[in-house]
Design a protein around this ligand. Sequence first.
Ligand code: NBG
Length: 957
Amino acid sequence: MSAISALLIPPSSSLPLLPPPQSFFFSLPAPLVCLYKPPTAFFSAPKPQLRLLPRRALSGRDETAEASVSTATIAVDNAESPDATAFVIRARNWIGLLQVITRVFKILGLRIERATIEVEGEFFVKRFLVVDSHGAKIEDPESLDRIERALRDAIDGAADRTPAGPGTARLGSRSLVVRRAGLVPESGEGKAKAERMFSLMDGFLKNDPISLQKDILDHVEYTVARSRFSFDDFEAYQAVSHSVRDRLIERWHDTHAYFKRKDPKRLYFFSLEFLMGRSLSNSVINLGVRDQYADALNQLGFEFEVLAEQEGDAAQGNGGLARLSACQMDSLATMDFPAWGYGLRYQYGLFRQVILDGFQHEQPDYWLNFGNPWEIERIHVSYAVKFYGTVEEQDLNGGKRKVWVPGEMVEAVAYDNPIPGYGTRNTINLRLWAAKPSDLYDMESYGTGDYINAVINRQKAETISSVLYPDDRSYQGKELRLKQQYFFVSASVQDIIRRFKDSLNDFNQFPEKVALQLNDTHPSLAIPEVMRVLVDEEFLSWKQAWDIVCKIFSCTTHTVVPEGLEKIPVDLLGSVLPRHLQIIFDINFSFMEELKKHFGLDFNRLSQMSIVEEGAVKSIRMANLSIVCCHTVNGVSRVHLDILKTKVFKDFYELWPQKFHYKTNGVTQRRWLVVSNPGLCGLISKWLGTDAWIRDMDLLMGLRDHAGDAELQQEWKMVRRINKIRLAEFIDAMTGMMVSPDAMFDVQIKRIHEYKRQLLNILGIIYRYDCIKNMKESDRRKVVPRVCIIGGKAAPGYDMAKKIIKLCHAVGETINNDSDIDDLLKLVFIPDFNVSVAELVIPGSDLSQHISTAGHEASGTGSMKFLMNGCLLLATADGATIEIIEEIGEDNMFLFGAKVHEVPKLREKAENHRVALQFARVLSQICLGWYVMATLAMRITSNLSVTLLKGVVTSIS
Ligand code: NBG
């Protein structure tokens, strides 16, 4: 145990259970947002590097002002007192300084014995006599150094948010930063007006309870338009959210002003899906005002948690890829990147799953019905997006140019969603586009006299952003999907180019200002779109444009199987985006020529690598297009990259090995621990003596020092128990089933897929049930009661996945109603699994299953969420789990099934595989109708036997 950790172990009650993270900023080592690999190198951006936001840069102060507040000196004096350490802090005073200092001591588990204050000219000298948590003097130099650094960081950090310099008020509280009139004209009427404006809005919104209450009640009255004497929980949630949004907007403006001034290289993250879940809790935690809101609401008679529960999920995505985008945004903001997210604002999110008689039914998720306080509609930020039409050749700008004459035009209107970083003022933007009818076009149809139909036709434009496609692994080349992809890409590219041109006009500098990260192939039309804009609209030569494109794009792929790769029929693309098809053909032509030089006339290879797939339906392979144009192709785990290199993109890897990289996925601990498991969060901070792990995950290693401590174990159990009770209540509310929190909660929650093998889990449950039924009473007493929990949605068109859900219900019906086995085994299906359900289930789980057939899960981020909540894993060596095993050790998990390299061999042998007796017995029980829906189950099993024999069974052994 290091000296500092020994020092920092608090005497249990000296720290609040959940130290408010907003109290001050430690300056932290470069944060790691991924559990295992920091994603900073994600973009492999060419020089110059993206410029990170300096931690103190967003205070609205200039550099000269900075010098004037950073004059604090801190001295340690161990001679002054025989039994306490003196910290002497000499600084210009500001309101709140004392609070910041005492807070540091408190959080470090130190006790202030005595404090004195003297004045020396304009300086104050504050002397604190301090002892450690055991009442002893602090003598260890390392500890002293850490305390001193914490003090300095806190004082400087708080001072950074404190105004300085002439003409500004000195407000010490962290939230009272004064705005500086950076754009005030030097003199004249303009100056007077600007000064007046800034004096009217001279401070950021305050976060003391009274100010918060006033803001909330104002929003009740003026935004929600309810009387402040009569409003319900939902209206209170709306008002609270709007007041939080106001605070987000302040930081968001500062961030934009800062980056506009500095003009760094910006990172643009393009994704068709963002699975954000709820925002309120996450926002107040990242803003550092969680406790203030809780207090303020308490005094008004509301509970923060209850209001947070009112929020619906923003389910603008399907599964792993989309949740990764959301975690990515949180991390980019926290790590001070000048980043932007771009996507589509769907009116209907991922369908709601309703279970009727054990079958999944889909209901539309019209999530905007209740308003969305987190977005800001930017009616003035809109772009026309073109579709259909023809390409003509015209004489333009001194040469023959291609001109796309569109057949339809739709307006893309921006909806901005501020994303706050944790422990920083950096608040980045997720800009989502909504489709609106365009005013620019279609005037003619109004002249025809059929006014009503003209309006109705225009309204159809809105369908582009109306609904999220609910499949996560298959793409059927649908026109609407293609229009969605191009719509968001085109608007985003126009926005980026507009921003670039605001400061520069030379496109040679474009790669120094823009990095474009494509999340899977869905946004890959951005490639021909940038080519089109540069060549057709900015009149660059093809070569110049191509050089730029090759420098700015990188992409991540999230799939392992070739069927998951997107293809767009040429006919469809040619009709919707005629100019883009030409550009793709031209790119492919040059690429093929390059290939011939490299590999000779190896037609087999050429046809496999071609962007254009010949065949019954001639198609564009979006993955090939991306690889050809991107400087970096990113896998999401080590084994995923291996599979890309050796199978899916083998030929490309041989050609361009330098392009292929991997960054193992991560999840943000802000969402998956701090928001979802406050009990464990408090415990960790208490035992580590700091909450710095909320930005720097590696610090959790420090818990190892305390792992054997009985007190910690006891507290841990208590936290787990409370989470399990909460989960049991939720299960009761959702399914009407009472489960005992004393039982082991064995959980598998994720999208339903054959490769994820929920089916295998269910077969295992049947086997367990059969064993219990056949046990002697004495043996039954040794069985650990278990509640098996399964949850997840099946894509509406994925028949087998839907049957698996039905089988789960059928088996549950039998097991749960069997009074003979009592509480020894239960099977629960949690309906409508989404982000907020996961936030509730994960902290209450004892065991979680991640049992995909090895070689099928690209990464798998679920296991990371369970793991950081202290849940045991039962997992195959697949995706990121392989790296997790290396980190935590095989002894600390239940490793299961065949390895990646063993699976193909087992598949080969599957035809003649003799299944284990128990397995055959389980199948026959289903076939014999033990589990209610015998006929249905029979149909499943007949399909199953093929799957099982080919893959599943091999992994049971
Ligand atoms: C998923 C993979 C997961 C991976 C996430 C995030 C899609 C299409 N793919 O294994 O199946 O963890 O992407 O990379 O959601």
